[in-house]
Design a protein around this ligand. Structure first.
Ligand code: FAD
Length: 511
């Protein structure tokens, strides 16, 4: 950065995101990465870069997801003249395209917060920031919407913005698609090396080498898909290439802890349309592996046939007694959630999940003891002879939003407390401290999974048979694109400081 006065408070986001000389990574090793977080993160990074270095006129952004596009549009707003986005896929927001069974909303997981009910971004009539918030990406939705519909809204918004920018006489960002990943990776590495050498030269009072050029002559510029024929000399690179590949392989290690190499099962990715809620599956044995948001979301979808947890909550609240009971415990839930988020920010061991899980279990049990609430909860469960079995490696659910976590505990507690109310409805079991250690597909197309029970001493194994499997283990370590491009060392490391785990504001204020 050139020698301008940088206010400490303004550089916090940059400190957290810096991964090499003049390279900032919006995606890797971060703790809060919802769509909303990524938009805010991108806005803050670009705003602070421009504030810290007012000479900034050329920016290269890797990845055209919500973060990359938000960064590009913010950069134009900040009067950065040349903005180039390079995307390996065919189009912006590709992750969400064609996914109609995953519902998303920027505030859904703020439940029981009062503003969890409106899913338009960034505006929210019921909040103190109404009218004062600003976002490069906007959408309107009263309820959570399918990812595909969100992608369509974002795409339209982006096209409109590109037109507006052209009309205003500014240069719109060049969004290049189908760019070779290897070319990008090579450039980013070379850029970081060159910028580091240039910084050292400046410190030593020498004339720095010329900055590195990025030629994008043959790249296709979205949406017209015409070749670009241009060159840019970025002053900074923002990596916004996403979270990496999800682990959807069922068995990782065998009974003795050795990496499993036998016949295995690969599940559908989270951002894809699965068949868990298809007609007829209510009479099947459905098994879900994992203990975080993905797994809990799938449990709720499979058991209740509702698209998202807020829909389920709305159904519960239509009964005044259940609504009143939920309202009574809301302050305790909110307290526990706030504390858990704080612990999550300032510790690395994830011990906070034990506490939030214990609170949720206790409050769920309290509600389940009220027959009227239990009856209402039982009515959410689909009729059918099938069963949902959830296998969790640890003693508790791990990183999950309060809404998913509490609802799963509530359903479980109500079923335990009043089994008679469950008559004719899908069965549900949660197995903590258990994991898949072997897999086989029978001739009749049934899955047989060997399950290891860690709570038994010594650990024991038993066969579990089912018709469908969802694997929700989260991101595979070592596959995060940003970290693959820039890595201080090849050794496994924590990579990021606590700053990268600090919770972000919901929106950025219009100044
Ligand atoms: C399993 C899972 C579940 C999630 N559930 C939710 C949820 O319910 N709600 C929510 O708000 N968020 C959820 N998230 C987070 C959500 O995916 C992110 O908030 C959002 O997609 C992040 O946007 P992004 O732009 O950072 O990354 P992405 O949307 O992943 O975009 C990254 C872009 O970079 C491109 N790219 C990748 N590598 C390269 C490369 N080397 N060169 C060039 N381009 C590259 C990709 O093609 C992609 O277009 C979930 C994430 C995961 C993994």
């Amino acid at each position: 950065m050139t020698a301008h006065t940088v206010q400490v408070v303004d550089s916090l986001s940059l400190l957290a995101l810096k991964v090499a000389s003049n390279v900032f990574d919006l995606s890797s090793g971060l703790h809060h990465v919802s769509i909303r977080d990524q938009i805010v993160r991108a806005q803050l990074a670009v705003r602070d870069l421009k504030k810290g270095d007012p000479s900034l006129q050329s920016l290269l952004i890797v990845g055209a997801g919500a973060a990359g596009i938000a960064a590009a549009l913010e950069a134009v707003d900040q009067d950065i003249a040349q903005v180039v986005v390079v995307e390996a896929g065919d189009e912006p927001f590709g992750l969400f395209k064609g996914v109609s069974k995953r519902y998303v909303g920027p505030y859904m997981y703020e439940w029981p917060g009062s503003f969890s009910r409106n899913q338009s971004y960034p505006e929210h009539a019921a909040s103190p920031w109404a009218g004062r918030s600003k976002s490069p990406l906007e959408w309107k939705a009263l309820q959570p919407i399918p990812a595909d519909r969100l992608a369509a809204q974002l795409e339209q918004h982006l096209k409109d913005r590109l037109q507006e920018i052209k009309k205003s006489g500014k240069t719109p960002p060049a969004i290049c698609v189908q760019v070779n990943k290897r070319t990008i990776q090579k450039f980013v590495k070379a850029f970081a090396r060159r910028e580091s050498a240039r910084a050292i030269s400046r410190l030593q009072g020498h004339t720095p080498a010329t900055p590195l050029e990025f030629g994008y002559w043959h790249d296709l510029v979205w949406p017209e898909l015409e070749p670009a024929k241009a060159v840019c000399t970025p002053q900074y690179v923002l990596l916004a290439a996403g979270m990496g590949a999800e682990t959807v392989k069922l068995v990782k290690e065998d009974m003795s802890g050795v990496p499993y190499k036998d016949t295995n099962f690969w599940g559908a990715r989270f951002w894809s349309d699965d068949t868990l809620m298809d007609a007829g599956t209510e009479n099947l044995q459905l098994s879900i592996f994992g203990g975080g948001d993905g797994a809990l979301q799938d449990v709720l979808r499979a058991l209740t046939r509702r698209n998202h947890p807020l829909e389920l909550m709305t159904f519960l609240e239509r009964d005044p007694a259940t609504k009143a009971a939920l309202l009574r415990i809301s302050p305790s839930l909110l307290d526990a959630e706030r504390q858990s988020r704080q612990f999550g920010t300032w510790t690395l061991k994830n011990g906070e999940y034990a506490t939030i899980d214990t609170v949720c279990r206790q409050l769920a049990r309290t509600l389940a003891q009220q027959p009227r609430v239990a009856r209402r909860v039982s009515r959410c469960i689909a009729f059918g002879s099938g069963k949902v079995s959830l296998f969790v490696l640890g003693k508790y659910f791990d990183k999950a939003y309060l809404l998913n976590r509490f609802l799963v505990h509530l359903i479980r507690a109500c079923k335990q407390e009043h089994p008679a109310m469950w008559e004719g409805r899908m069965n549900f079991e949660v197995h903590f401290e258990q994991s898949a250690v072997a897999y086989e597909l029978t001739e009749s197309k049934q899955h047989v999974v060997s399950i290891k029970r860690w709570d038994a001493k010594p650990a024991v194994c038993y066969p579990h048979t089912c018709h469908m499997i969802a694997v929700r283990y989260g991101i595979t370590p070592g596959t995060v694109p940003g970290a693959q491009m820039i890595q201080v060392s090849n050794k496994q490391s924590r990579q990021r400081t606590t700053l990268a785990r600090v919770e972000l504001p919901f929106v950025v204020e219009r100044i």
